[in-house]
Design a protein around this ligand. Sequence first.
Ligand code: HAM
Length: 429
Amino acid sequence: MAKRVTAPKGTFDVLPADQPTRRWVVQRAEDIFMRYGYRRIDTPAFEETGLFARGVGEATDIVRKEMYTFEDLSGRSMTLRPEGTASVARAYVEHGMHTLPQPVKLYYHCPMFRYESPQSGRYRQHHQLGVEAIGSPAPELDAEVIGVLSALYNELGLDNSELRLNSMGCTQCRPGYSERLREFLASRSSSLCGECRERTVVNPLRVYDCKVESCSRVLSDAPRLTEALCPDCETHHATVVACLAMQGIEYVPDHTLVRGLDYYTRTTFEFVSPDLGAQSGMGGGGRYDDLVQTIGGPPVPGVGFGTGVERILLALERSDGSEAPVRRLTVYLVALTDAAREKAFALAHQLRARRVDADLDYAGRSGKGQMTQADRSGARFAFIIGEQELADRCVTVRELDSGTERVLPDAEALGLATKVSAGQAPDLS
Ligand code: HAM
């Protein structure tokens, strides 16, 4: 037998049974994003590698170890999108969106690709729902962006997540701090892991990404960026905090929250969920005032977030979050004779033409087998067609939850199914 092919490690199929909850999460999110004035953007699944190398940062784990990079047939280096912000910023520049009224508010829902070691909540292909508001330095916008994500989690019933907040400073205050941190880390390099010794040289702030215990211990005595912020960054942060309070959003300050991507300036934030175990980050983001310029655009500030759809689904599964409404089939047609099969097929067609969800047997099941299938399908009604019904141009309509039955002329049965499908209560009296 030929070797069986399976999905690549760290990827998964989304089977029909998993679709309703996923669709529902995405629809809730899109509804909220639009409520806050964001409009959808789709960018290619792959970009020139340089976009992520420059945008996300050469010193980040994403660029150093996690990108799916390949050469195309003309020898150009391409990379499957590991995150959405750099691509959206590229599209903003490419389409001259700085000439539109600012800020330009965009959202996306798409797969991201990162070569990470797979575990629960961590995949090599995951999906993000994200927003990017590009073109305004206002701290109120940072608070709004956090408000969007908070509203999403609340509407999904995931209100037990904790918001962590930090400020990463700006080009005024961060270089001085980085230098002090570098000196501090260099003086303790014997206690750092090999990678962090390298990070100390390339970008000392990236040491905060390290999970090695001894590196965390060193960092606990390190100078803090929050204590080195310039007055503008301090004022910005104070306004963000005030606007979070206005929205009733609580947060925990976390001076270690540097968030694995080099483009952040000022605000960074992350929602962590107690239901997610080791991969506790449900969604996060921050401000990136230098990114657009870094990738060759005008000096335009931005702020946004990304939240993992799979992490949301995991948190919903493990908590008593809201449940997706399930779309039930309205009618399952049951044909008791061969002649009745033709009529069942014709009625199914008429029901679907009236936008009623309907299905029928194609496996040659007996009448009893079709009734079992009708129950299994979760349909509201079975339309049963036997010899008598065929002769009388009727169907026996059985409400499957209650077992109530009534014989109705074809046209009335179609009318009943159409009304129920449109949300009206069934009347079989
Ligand atoms: P990120 O924190 O790298 O940020 O990813 C955002 C979210 O995507 C995470 O909080 C997590 O829920 C999910 N996620 C990330 N990696 C994986 C994975 N391997 N498996 C499953 N889920 C994952 C960004 O990507 C930034 N672009 C967010 C942003 C937008 N910042 C500003 N604007």
